[in-house]
Design a protein around this ligand. Structure first.
Ligand code: TXA
Ligand code: MG
Length: 342
């Protein structure tokens, strides 16, 4: 299959939206930009279309998808909001929607079981990406979309990265440029709680724990996502994994290079004083935040840099840890899951 790319710039925004909506209406899948990562979208109400997502991604059927709505008034096509969490739910969506927050809610019957892997809950979000919203409105129905990578691999944050992951397997990629946040959405489940609502943090992401604490007591789940439950059948690929083994150490001295091997460093700021840069004669050094030295830049660049190092023909990649606070928690979550020694 030939994979077409349409750039959704101002002059051909209409063409891009029309082409994507048309394919979705025909029960096809399309790769689309969001503010977090690129998604592989299909009509969330069409089980046959959703089945294509699983097939193309080689994703196990026990791993449920996120459903995206174009407008809050479309929520009732996907989920219900129980009365006892309605107040906090409304506060959360007025603070974070449209945006990178996904909320797990009871599902309605018209969402096929395949979308939720048979669960009675569904993960919902409203993306703030202009192109994605245009497609959602043009199509007029909720869109099921996981990240547009093959299962267990690095999420794509550009149309080029989608092409590398799924080129030849899908008819169309809508190129909306680089993703603003670069990390997948934060996922929560809401529980009423006695005094304050309880927000179960299932996946850390661009909306941080600290931001969520304004709305309730945040409980970080250890067994967070369905695809991390040890009791699910089958062998799970590790997440966000590059093909090249990636190591994460607490300090530079823990790294013991083997003779004759080529190692690449994923540095945080590229700062020689930080210890990692000077710790070894690296074949390649890539920095996550070469400009600002700050975490948002590191988040935006993480998957891109991981991909670049993966393509550099190295024996192994060493990742320098970032501070485990704020956005750093989401970055460290992805690094730990990519690492072979964690
Ligand atoms: O930023 C994002 O969330 C991107 C863009 C495309 O929206 N999507 C994304 O989807 O990251 P995906 O499929 O790669 O990750 C969704 C995660 C999976 O780990 C899945 O197990 C979990 O959400 N999930 C989906 N439905 C769930 C549910 N009902 N309860 C708990 N976890 C759920
Ligand atoms: Mg994913």
């Amino acid at each position: 299959m030939e994979t077409r790319i349409i750039a959704a710039e101002d002059e051909n925004m209409k063409e891009a939206v029309a082409a994507a909506s048309e394919l979705l209406a025909q029960g096809e899948v399309v790769a689309v930009p969001t503010e977090t990562v690129y998604g592989l979208g299909a009509d969330a109400t069409n089980a046959a279309a959703v089945a294509k997502i699983f097939e193309i991604k080689e994703r196990p059927a026990f791993d449920p998808l996120i459903v995206h709505i174009a407008s809050v008034k479309d929520l009732d096509q996907v989920a219900t909001v129980p009365d006892d969490i309605d107040k906090v739910f409304q506060k959360l969506i007025s603070a974070f929607w449209p945006g990178p927050l996904t909320i797990v809610l009871p599902k309605v019957a018209s969402i096929p079981d395949l979308v939720t892997s048979g669960l009675d809950t569904v993960a919902v979000r409203q993306s703030g990406n202009r192109v994605f919203r245009g497609i959602g409105r043009g199509f007029g129905k909720p869109i099921a979309a996981p990240s547009a990578n093959r299962f267990g691999r690095i999420s794509p944050t550009s149309a080029t990265a989608v092409m590398k992951e799924l080129g030849g397997r899908i008819p169309l990629i809508i190129d909306g440029g680089a993703c603003r946040d670069g990390l997948e959405s934060t996922i929560i489940r809401i529980e009423p709680g006695e005094k304050r609502p309880i927000l179960h943090l299932l996946r850390p992401g661009p909306v941080t724990k600290k931001e969520l604490q304004n709305f309730g007591r945040v409980v970080v789940e250890r067994k967070r996502l369905i695809d991390e439950q040890p009791d699910v059948p089958g062998q799970l690929a590790s997440h966000y994994a590059p093909r090249t083994p990636l190591y994460l150490f607490d300090k530079p001295a823990d790294f013991r290079p083997e003779k004759g091997k080529r190692y690449g460093l994923m540095s945080h700021k590229g700062d020689p004083k930080a210890g990692y840069v000077g710790a070894h004669d690296w074949a390649v050094v890539e920095s996550l935040s070469p400009g600002s030295g700050k975490l948002p830049e590191a988040a935006v660049r993480l998957f891109h840099v991981l991909r670049t190092l993966d393509e550099a023909g190295l024996d192994a990649i060493v990742a320098e840890p970032v501070t485990d606070t704020g956005l750093g928690q989401a970055i460290m979550d992805r690094l730990r899951r990519a690492a072979v020694n964690r």
